[in-house]
Design a protein around this ligand. Structure first.
Ligand code: C2E
Ligand code: CA
Ligand code: CA
Length: 714
């Protein structure tokens, strides 16, 4: 190792090789140098020197130039060409100045001229050794520096962070490749440019302050979070960075203040923080504020209203028919419908209002600073109206949902968050029990009068256990001659405290809670047994029962029904089940199969409230359907000029499809006569009898035997 001037080297004795053709001189030199602490070898002549150099490493060569066998310069050349260079002091006796200069060219480090003083020799030797040590140390240091620089460059260029150096004015002096990967800037784009050019507008001031501070001395690390803009025209996105700088780590007087820094991409962290934050206060499906945020906003609005003596309204919105759609069409579509509803509702309100998804198909709305309750009612009506247009969520399918709204206005309708929400809920429920879509303003009398839903649900469960339900029957008569053809079973609840309740007051809740499944099974059984009891009087009387779509979800329903008919000895042909259009929209093979099985067994299938639901009629051909029940709203219209055409159209369409028709809700003789002329085969309505106990129906209605009298001649 020629450059081995490490600390260990300097401690060990230096090994010298003395080369001369004069043995006496060699001996005297040896005697001179050994006491100086050198390890001394000798070589008598050039050839012997080369032998030695081949075998042993020397720190220094004292080389005579003029030797008979092989001259000093030959030895020098040997060392050059054989890569065995050893620091050399040449000693010239009678050699010419040219020779000395040649020797220096050949690699000698110094020379002595004979005769020389012993001190001179020793000083020259030490001098060369010292110089060589310094050179080696220097080389060593440079190599280490290079190594360390290579390492740093490797680290900087492979850093996941943007690494940069700015001048004190904040202009880029250096930037690594990461700036290109993350933001699209090539190095040339940035060098010389101000770091502030990269900072997003919202963080400009913050950044200016930060870099200004960093440029003005101090050596401690500072950091700041900044939004950095990407280069324009690429598909890089704006990202969040944690920027850390350490100003001027270089010490010393007149070096420039530089700012060394890194920018770590924290976009993912920021986004997940923002998401978590959003999630805590929003409903992810509709992206509306959630309950927590709603409560917050109402509290703030109340405080404000208190202070400025103003009003605010809380509106409770509950969708109607949503459960049916969700259950029959699947949750994916249900979710999309909720999103669409949320969007539509939001379109009706102002930016300062807060629409919230309260849960399930319930929404709440805060209207801060309204003039009076009438204003809130108007907004409510607008919301109800907005839902009237059907929803199209892919395909040609039309979806209809409605909503019942309850409004509580601060301060008369409640002066706290809890009271306002509770009262809006009570009013909403009051509206819902009418069975229509609409708006109801909370009045203090309602409290106590309207049970809340939770109570009602508990009551409903208890009622099922205790069998508080009874079935009434409404006659269906022949359009031709008024004969009693059949009855529709309609359920009633004898509520222990609230008396007899009609289905509109509890069916929606029963559907929501799925208690309807149990309720419908109960009603069906009760109705069949009821008809069996009067078999003697009218053995052919047909029975219609209403079945909720929820029944068609379970697997065992069809078997159970057919078994029951069998065990009761009730012919399947006498039973007609009334289903809603919403069930048919679900053209799941499953529903078709179930209806097919029922139909094959002889059970007739009627579409209830025909014409009020979905306008797409394609389902009529897909399902085994026997009867269309024309909704009473169309029947009501037959006596208005020009509006009868809907009924006309339904009747002729049903004929074309070879389906039976029942006109519902016939109340006047004018309606009856019109329908009769139209050839509508079956009529139902108050004109022929209200829902009543079966015995009552049989005595007051025209039985087949007395068909010539009632009710046409009444
Ligand atoms: P729906 O199936 O359309 O039943 C006809 C409704 O119209 C009955 O109301 C009946 O009393 C009423 N109605 C009959 N004729 C007239 C008339 O001339 N004028 C007027 N204004 N109304 C008339 P109800 O009994 O209150 O039943 C309401 C709804 O509740 C029913 O509508 C049906 O959808 C549902 N429902 C009743 N019983 C059951 C049941 O056991 N199960 C299921 N799932 N739903 C039922
Ligand atoms: Ca019905
Ligand atoms: Ca109906």
């Amino acid at each position: 190792m020629s450059e081995g001037a490490t600390r260990d080297d300097s401690d060990r004795a230096r090994r010298l090789l003395l080369v001369d053709d004069d043995p006496a001189l060699l001996r005297s030199l040896e005697n001179l140098l050994t006491p100086q602490g050198f390890e001394v070898n000798t070589a008598n002549g050039g050839r012997a020197a080369i032998e030695r150099l081949r075998e042993t490493h020397y720190d220094l060569l004292l080389l005579d130039l003029g030797m008979p066998d092989l001259g000093g310069r030959e030895v020098l050349r040997f060392m050059q060409t054989h890569d065995r260079v050893v620091p050399t002091v040449v000693i010239s006796g009678n050699a010419s100045a040219d020779d000395v200069a040649g020797a220096i060219r050949d690699g000698a480090d110094d020379y002595l001229k004979k005769p020389y003083q012993p001190e001179e020799l020793i000083a020259t030797v030490r001098n060369v050794l010292h110089r060589k040590d310094l050179e080696a140390a220097n080389r060593n240091m440079r190599r280490r520096l290079e190594q360390s620089e290579r390492l740093h460059r490797l680290i900087v260029n492979n850093s996941p962070d943007i690494v940069f150096v700015l001048d004190s004015a904040g202009h880029f002096r250096f930037v690594n490749a990461r700036a290109h990967e993350l933001l699209g800037y090539a190095r040339q784009d940035l060098l010389g440019r101000s770091v502030l050019d990269l900072v997003g507008a919202e963080d400009r001031d913050k950044a200016a302050y930060f870099f200004n501070q960093a440029g003005h001395g101090g050596t401690h690390l500072r950091s700041v979070e900044l939004v950095l803009k990407p280069k324009e025209g690429g598909d890089w996105a704006q990202r969040y960075f944690e920027v850390a700088v350490c100003p001027t780590p270089v010490e010393g007087g007149d070096t420039e203040n530089l700012i060394y820094g890194t920018a770590r991409d924290v976009t993912e962290r920021k986004e997940s923080e923002a998401f978590i934050n959003f999630q805590a206060y929003h409903d992810l499906l509709t992206r509306l504020p959630n309950r927590a945020l709603f409560r917050d906003r109402v509290e703030v609005a109340i405080a404000h209203a208190e202070r400025y003596q103003s009003r605010l309204a809380v509106i409770f919105i509950d969708l109607n028919r949503f459960k049916v759609i969700n259950d029959s069409l699947g949750h994916t579509l249900g979710d999309r419908l909720l999103q669409a509803v949320a969007q539509r509702l939001q379109g009706c309100i102002r930016e300062s209002d807060t629409l919230c998804r309260f849960g399930g198909d319930e929404f709440t709305l805060l209207l801060p600073g309204i003039a009076d309750s009438q204003a809130a009612v108007q907004v409510g009506e607008k919301l109800v109206e907005s839902l009237q247009t059907p929803f199209y969520l892919g395909g040609d399918q039309e979806l209809h949902v409605g909503a019942s709204l309850g409004i509580a206005v601060y301060p008369e309708g409640g002066d706290s968050l809890e009271a306002l929400i509770r009262h809006a809920d009570i009013a909403m429920y009051r509206e819902k029990s009418t069975g229509k879509n609409g708006v109801c303003l909370f009045e203090p009398e309602m409290e106590g009068a309207t049970p809340n839903r939770l109570e009602l649900e508990q009551d409903l469960r208890r009622a099922l256990e205790r069998d508080e339900f009874c079935v009434l029957y409404q006659p269906q008569v022949s359009g031709e001659d008024g004969r009693l053809l059949g009855v529709e079973a309609l359920v009633r609840w004898s509520h222990p405290k609230r008396g007899e309740l009609g289905p509109t007051e509890f069916i929606p809740l029963a559907e929501e809670t799925r208690l309807i499944v149990e309720l419908d099974r109960l009603t069906l059984r009760q109705a069949i047994r009821g008809l069996n009891k009067v078999n003697g009087q009218c053995p052919d009387l047909r029975l219609s029962v209403n079945l909720s779509p929820a029944l068609f979800e379970g697997d065992g329903f069809v078997d159970e029904l057919l078994e029951f008919l069998h065990s009761e000895g009730f012919p399947a042909e006498r039973l007609e089940i009334e289903i809603t259009e919403s069930l048919l929209l679900n053209d799941a093979e499953d529903t078709i199969a179930k209806l097919n099985r029922l139909s094959a067994a002889g059970v007739r299938i009627a579409v209830d409230d025909f014409g009020t639901g979905y306008s797409s009629l394609s389902y009529l051909q897909k399902f085994p359907l026997h009867t269309l029940k024309i909704d009473r709203s169309f029947v009501r219209a037959v006596c208005n000029d020009g509006e009868a055409c809907i009924v006309n159209a339904i009747v002729s369409m049903a004929r074309g499809l070879q389906m039976d028709i029942v006109a519902e809700g016939v109340e006047t003789t004018a309606e009856r006569d019109y329908l009769r002329r139209l050839g509508c085969p079956v009529l139902q309505g108050f004109l022929f009898g209200r829902p009543a106990p079966l015995e009552h129906v049989l005595t007051s209605c025209a039985t087949p035997a007395r068909s010539d009298r009632l009710p046409y001649d009444a």
